[in-house]
Design a binder for this molecule. Structure first.
Ligand SMILES: [Zn+2]
Length: 327
């Protein structure tokens, strides 16, 4: 067992492990600690004759690779060792590309799970959407749960497992770490951002949807499922996780081919710009594509909608215009 752990550490030394867990920026002799709000450089890693060590000079502790996994993913030592075993696999060779190693796969949390009723209810309340919207996402394999950056999170992904994004169950932001500023959503390491999340459903279910609602971001994806509940049954909501994404994955475009695609952009310049470029790419793939604008529609407090998620609080007088979503 002991030798086994030493072998795994050789395959996945601390700097590489931290890279894989998305905290590679802190893998230095002096860095901001990835485990607490650190305004000074409290964190360091260093090599000893017995291997790599990390230490936080505040109160996050220190130790070897196993201790880091324990801290990063809130695991017991036994579970952290199992996790290290899972991560420290020899590189998979892709023979089609002459033996070069495959591109990294998405690193999912070790406690990735479908979610119980309380977790689903929590997301529904957090996003102000119908419980059954969230339950449908779970059913479609588009919503999962797990611990990311030490916090319980809800995670959007799909059957392809190519792209996944986590958001905290408490609705709070992920703390800044290295070059990453505070952020409401954390893209899991290894994700292909040009994969529209939600397009690949289990058991070939995708083919039963003739129309696709293409949204921006995980928040709008949840809202898309919310509004689709009351809409016609042949619409599938999917989402590209960021307005800066260009060059959609060819395999995703193939899944879209022959379907009608409607883009609902965010009400800002970046959103409109992205929607135009995505529309061009999707049209080129042979889909009928159009857009639905939320501009000018108001929330109950009188302010303008910024995105589809805001529409869960739409002013009753403007609600009828939302029906146009499905025309
Ligand atoms: Zn710390």
């Amino acid at each position: 067992m002991k030798r086994d752990i030493a072998e795994m550490k050789r395959m996945l030394p601390l700097p590489t492990l931290m890279e894989w867990l998305g905290i590679g920026e802190s893998a230095k002799t002096s860095a901001r600690c990835p485990f607490h709000q650190d305004s000074r450089a409290s964190f360091s890693i260093y090599e000893t004759p017995k291997g790599w060590r990390w230490k936080c000079h505040a109160s996050c502790g220190g130790g070897d690779e196993v201790a880091l996994i324990e801290r990063a993913e809130n695991l017991s030592r036994t579970d952290a060792i199992a996790r290290l075993r899972e991560l420290a696999v020899p590189p998979v060779l892709d023979w089609n590309s002459g033996g070069a190693s495959k591109s990294a796969e998405v690193i999912f949390p070790s406690d990735l799970h479908s979610g119980n009723r309380a977790e689903l209810e929590c997301v529904a309340a957090l996003r102000k959407v119908d419980f059954w919207a969230v339950a449908t996402m779970q059913q479609n394999g588009v919503l999962r749960f797990g611990t990311v950056c030490s916090s319980p999170c809800w995670i959007v992904m799909d059957d392809s497992r190519l792209c996944a994004e986590a958001r905290r169950m408490d609705g709070a932001f992920f703390p800044a770490v290295g070059p990453l500023s505070e952020r409401k959503a954390h893209t899991l390491r290894g994700s292909k951002k040009n994969w529209p999340v939600g397009i690949s459903l289990p058991a070939d279910l995708t083919k039963h949807f003739r129309k696709v609602l293409l949204l921006e971001g995980s928040g709008d994806l949840v809202a898309g499922y919310h509004f689709a509940l009351a809409g016609p049954a042949d619409w599938l909501p999917i989402a590209i996780l960021g307005a800066s994404v260009r060059g959609l994955d060819p395999a995703a475009l193939l899944l879209l081919s022959g379907k009608r695609v409607r883009i609902v952009p965010h009400c800002d310049a970046a959103g409109r710009n992205a929607a135009e470029l995505w529309a061009a790419e999707i049209a080129q793939a042979g889909c009928a594509v159009d857009g639905f604008s939320l501009e000018g529609l108001r929330k109950q407090d009188g302010t303008l909608l910024g995105d589809l998620n805001d529409a869960t609080e739409i002013l009753p007088a403007d609600a009828a215009q939302l029906e146009g979503l499905w025309e």
